[in-house]
Design a protein around this ligand. Sequence first.
Ligand code: NAD
Length: 259
Amino acid sequence: MSAEQYRSFFDLHGKVALITGAGRGIGYAIAEGLGAWGAKIAFAELNPETCASAEARLKAEGIDATGYVCDITKRDGLKPLLDQVWAEVGPVDILVNNAGVSDRIAAEDYPDDAFDKMVDLNLGALFRLTRDVAKRWIDEGIKGRVINLASFAGVVADPMSAPYAATKGAVVQLTRTWAVEWAQHGILVNAIGPGYVRTEMTAHTLDSPEAGVVIRQKTALGRAGNVSEMAGAVIYLAGPGASYTTGHILMVDGGWTAM
Ligand SMILES: NC(=O)c1ccc[n+]([C@@H]2O[C@H](COP(=O)([O-])OP(=O)(O)OC[C@H]3O[C@@H](n4cnc5c(N)ncnc54)[C@H](O)[C@@H]3O)[C@@H](O)[C@H]2O)c1
């Protein structure tokens, strides 16, 4: 190994990354981060305005980015999405399963429809999309990378978020199981476990007087994370330097789960 080879540990030139929910928040930062290291970016985003604006902002930074308006919970939309990405951007090398929802509702009051919607996106869509991408990778001999967005709530309790925590715990177990099952195909599967990160998803919680204080007390670093700090971990997991890392949940939580 030479210094020159170490310098290429984050190089993503020639790679295609497909990111779900990259119109804003953590997903957008991941698109920007992977794009900055040379990856061509394709992203699936529910909201048409957010999709167009994210694509324009990424392109303005010199990133080769294509946004696809797509609700990834719609089962019959996944094949057309992947067909389009494969044909227009290229065969995907890196799949980042980022799209997700959260809410804060007491467990005893949790409505059925909210539960169904959360499970369908955070777990169901992630499962179906990854299965369909992995099938193509195995058929085409692509040694792809899957990077899932889990959460601190997938490994420790997060009161008022029971169904969310359950979906993220499931993502942790999918990550480990897929990693072992697909290792024979050279596919690496990892996840990051963010702590509280300031995005539109969490601004309300972080700004509430009680929750904000609790979060700061429970985070060793004493603050919420930034979206760029999540992208940093994903850049590592996507690149050549992570070639011996699989089945790992990289906690990017300011020390929340260390306490
Ligand atoms: N923000 C945090 O503190 C935090 C902490 C732990 C884990 N996470 C996880 O990180 C991921 C991103 O979180 P965020 O805070 O950036 O969220 P966000 O709500 O700010 O952004 C989510 C994006 O996903 C898109 N999206 C939602 N449903 C979709 C669908 N059906 N199809 C396609 N796109 C869809 C939204 O339009 C939005 O652009 C989520 O999986 C979340 O659970 C976030």
